[in-house]
Design a protein around this ligand. Structure first.
Ligand SMILES: [Zn+2]
Ligand SMILES: [Zn+2]
Length: 174
């Protein structure tokens, strides 16, 4: 019986992890990186200099900030719908962790430093720390993968390709 409970618990944990991985993947490759190359909304709202923790981590009444936050969160919500029948608890757990991570990855704006044991744990689990995410705020072509660090390298390659595409399109005869 214990084995069955453990299997159920790990099953739910897996669904939560899957929601976050697929959500972060879609958010990074379908919204975040293309928005950096072709758009202006995310750059204006999320990378504008010297904004507060509240601005970055909490959806303010500003319509543009709201839109950027909602577009970034949409893939997670789609995954939540897709995975709901597999495990509602896993889906709710994944969404709660995702929301917690939005707040946590912006605590650098409050001059907070991640304790070493937590940094080590994040390295093992490939989870983006506030310090790594802050690099993205300062230098927009690094530190991709809002939640998972393994999306950083492929996201940079995707960015190079999209930049090349933008340049190529500019010189195409119309
Ligand atoms: Zn951020
Ligand atoms: Zn960005």
């Amino acid at each position: 019986m214990l084995e069955a409970i453990a299997r159920t618990f790990f099953g739910q944990l897996f669904i939560a992890w899957l929601l976050l991985v697929l959500g972060d993947f879609l958010s990074t490759f379908c919204y975040h990186v293309p928005e950096h190359v072709f758009g202006r909304l995310h750059l204006q709202t999320h990378h504008s200099a010297k904004k507060t923790f509240r601005h970055y981590a909490i959806l303010t009444a500003n319509l543009q900030v709201l839109l950027d936050g909602l577009l970034g969160a949409l893939p997670y919500l789609l995954m939540a719908v897709a995975l709901w029948s597999s495990s509602p608890i896993g889906v709710v757990g994944g969404l709660l962790f995702g929301q917690f991570h939005v707040w946590w990855r912006h605590v650098s704006a409050l001059s907070w430093q991640t304790p070493k044991p937590i940094t080590f744990l994040c390295q093992v689990l490939f989870i983006t720390t506030p310090e790594q995410h802050w690099l993205h705020h300062q230098k927009t072509n690094t530190g991709f993968g809002d939640i998972f660090t393994f999306f950083d390298q492929p996201a940079r390659a995707w960015m190079r390709f999209l930049r090349w595409l933008r340049l190529y399109r500019r010189y195409l005869p119309v």
